[in-house]
Design a protein around this ligand. Sequence first.
Ligand SMILES: Cc1ncc(COP(=O)(O)O)c(C=O)c1O
Length: 398
Amino acid sequence: MTHPWQRTAQGANLLGPDGSLAVTIFEEITTLANRHGAINLGQGFPDEDGPAELSRIAQQAIAQGQNQYAPGKGILDLREAVSGHQQRFYGLTPDPETEVIITTGATEAIAAAILSLTGPGDEVLTFEPFYDSYGAMIGLSGATHTTAPLLAPDFMPDLAALERSFNPRTKMVIVNNPHNPTGAVFPESVLAEVVRLATKYDAVILTDEVYEHLTFGPRHIPVATLPGAAERTLTISSAGKTFSYTGWKIGWLSGPAELVAAARTVKQFLTYSSGTPFQSAIAAGLRMEDSFFTDAAATLQRKRDILSEGLRAAGMDVLTPQGTYFVNVDTVKLGITDATALARRLPELIGVAAIPVPVFCHPEGAYRTRSLLRFAFCKKEAVLEQAAERLATLAGKL
Ligand SMILES: Cc1ncc(COP(=O)(O)O)c(C=O)c1O
């Protein structure tokens, strides 16, 4: 018998060959990084706090007694701020009463959307590589996870393969834009094709846009702004990445009232409600001036460039990301064909840790990314410069 936890683990590639729970490569790399005092560029979280002003608002909220359950769908001020933010940046106007809910990070929004709308007999389509929580939640729902590949060097999908991946059983297609782990930012042409196919097969579009403000050149285009998309699209975002407060776990989900109500029904019994004192702080964050958002992207772009330069100098092909916290490299030029084996050696070899991209693929799709490694650059510039120095010694040590 297969238990739901096993389908969850299998969906995220966490089951060992004997069916037991495997140590995740993330845990393994973190353990190795700690053992060897390595700079850990495996983990996707900033090593500095976000705006002090937001921290002060959260602290005041605690001091003033905002410490009991928030309303299940989130405090009105934050739902209004989410709606106002979408209007300011994208011209979207979700109704804060019926078309927006606050969740415990994007993670809960992903879980609630998938578990409320898909189940056994359905197919849920994602790009591959894919962020692991999609595979885990599709597994828990009992649906079948299908994928369409993103291909290096620019990680754009082959649109013919995308079309072949849809069929009448496709209940949901998940878009992640900007895309983790590849750093791709999809142009309108790709998104329009997703909308056309989802409409043809009557699938819901779930779009995870947690890196919406972290793009380096291309403009972020929310799927929901495309013609014909809004009526079938649930959009997810989160405060973690934009405001560098990943530990506060405040996310949100917006879209047509009936789809949001479905997700809310499940969210109600996952956590009921989400971190009360953080909600007013994030409402203030979403109302910050445009310059905050453009400065955050510019700062991150500088970090991307520092690390990319180091990776290039180390002799790897840098697959320059257009968004997110992550840069991928192809290690084949160094004579490496198995990036997973290299990732296990890197902490001891040079004191830097990274994640092999095949962990974001199903075993049968992993061959496409066999020689790729993902490095996070959401770290202090001095840390990235030190990592670059260490990387420069790699070729000599292989
Ligand atoms: C693509 C993507 N979606 C969702 C999440 C999770 O967001 P949160 O911390 O708000 O749950 C992450 C975090 O790494 C992510 O990369």
